[in-house]
Design a protein around this ligand. Sequence first.
Ligand code: TMP
Length: 216
Amino acid sequence: MFITFDGSDGCGKSTQQKRLGHCFQAQGYEVVLCHDPGSTALGNEIRHILLHGHELRIDNKTEMFLFMAARTQMVEEIIRPALQAKKIVISDRFLLSNFVYQGYAGGIPLKTLETVGQIAVEEMTPDLAIILDIPYEIAIQRIGNRNASDRMEQKGENYHRQVRNGFLKYATIYPDRYVVIDAVPPPNEVETAIRNVIHERYGIDLSCSPNEIGNR
Ligand code: TMP
């Protein structure tokens, strides 16, 4: 099974990805976590350029290709082999982030992204794509608390408001592809909402014991 988390910066998807992975493991599943862009040696180099190449000129289209290239490597090196081995793969971001950040907010036509995306990941589509939704104001507080400002985070308020709208728009257009979960409540509540979705869709009960939750 291939599950992805997407959402605005600061939505808490990295936390939820790890928690979900832990719950699947507690039920005896083999789990592979990955992070787009990144997770491979090449992907991490590209990630560094994209997030910390402040001194570089990076055209919007180049940015799109770099994200796609990192993802192709991650699909071929990590995701495809893991799925073939019947493992659960949970990715922190995937193609939808490209559609929203470089497309909806960045201005690259959707058709272009779909065409390049098809080449980049071929038929690799998530079984479950979760969008964690938070308003811009809360996202910015969380990012501020993290004290990090990378190249993407520095794109400004308008861009990031567009990002949030873009995620919600995709979810409205393709309700069968994306599940939106309110990411404003505390992490335990968000986690429960995610587990409920998995239970409803796949009949898998991911209740972890309180002890395991305490050890996270
Ligand atoms: P992360 O903070 O979730 O690791 O993502 C890094 C940043 O890259 C984040 O601001 C979202 C952005 N991003 C894109 O703009 N396009 C993409 O295709 C992906 C995967 C991430």
